[in-house]
Write a protein that binds this ligand. Sequence first.
Ligand code: CTP
Ligand code: CA
Length: 236
Amino acid sequence: DDQAPSSSPLKGLRVLVTAGPTQEPLDPVRYLTNHSTGKMGYAIASAAAEFGADVTLVSGPVALTAPDAVDVVRVMTAQDMFDAVADAFPAADITIMAAAVGDFRVAEIAPEKIKKAGRSSITVELVSNPDILAWAGERKRDDGSQILCGFAMETEHLIRNAEKKLTSKYCDMLVANNLRDAGAGFGTDTNVVTVLTSGAEDAGTPKIEHWDKMDKTVLAQRLLLRLAALRSGGAS
Ligand code: CTP
Ligand code: CA
């Protein structure tokens, strides 16, 4: 970085962030979810606001308090999250999807509490949810004025899976982490990531960088500065 750091490097930009898990109801008292705590997404939303951006945070159910000066839209299901993102995405300059979205929902939510009496097992049919990141990737403006960043948590084949997500969802950046790395994973204050950025148009091969373990707050700032640089077309 040659330039003098500005205190408001994202001033004038609209940033959209998704965070946390989703909850898919099974019956009036039960749901399917995952271990996401929302820390990474909240750190990004909060850093973006500190950098002067106009921030919308679409958040699944988490125990965190809303960051200052951020417009928070609270959602439960993947479909709710999709609706909220579909509203905000067209106006967003930088979109970062850090949410752990449930890939499936229960096909038919039981209207009453499911009772155990007389049953030794039950079968629940699940159907797939919309892929919010892929939806955004397919619709993003292709003049470089809209930048899209996804996340991926993997347990194996990190680079191969992350590359596939970067290209198939038309992301400009994909931030991948391995659940099994020390200092990464659910509920931690730090993260260890591999950052993939798509090459120039038709260049095919993404740029891959392994970043050292760092606090999620620091990681959030670095990612945002990188994304802002991609948007203005600058190398960083
Ligand atoms: N994502 C999304 N909508 C979904 C599923 C995922 O927007 N229905 C986003 C996540 O927020 C994340 C990225 O897609 O930014 C990758 O999510 P991940 O679960 O790692 O990838 P999937 O494509 O769902 O593949 P799989 O879970 O099979 O690895
Ligand atoms: Ca998934």
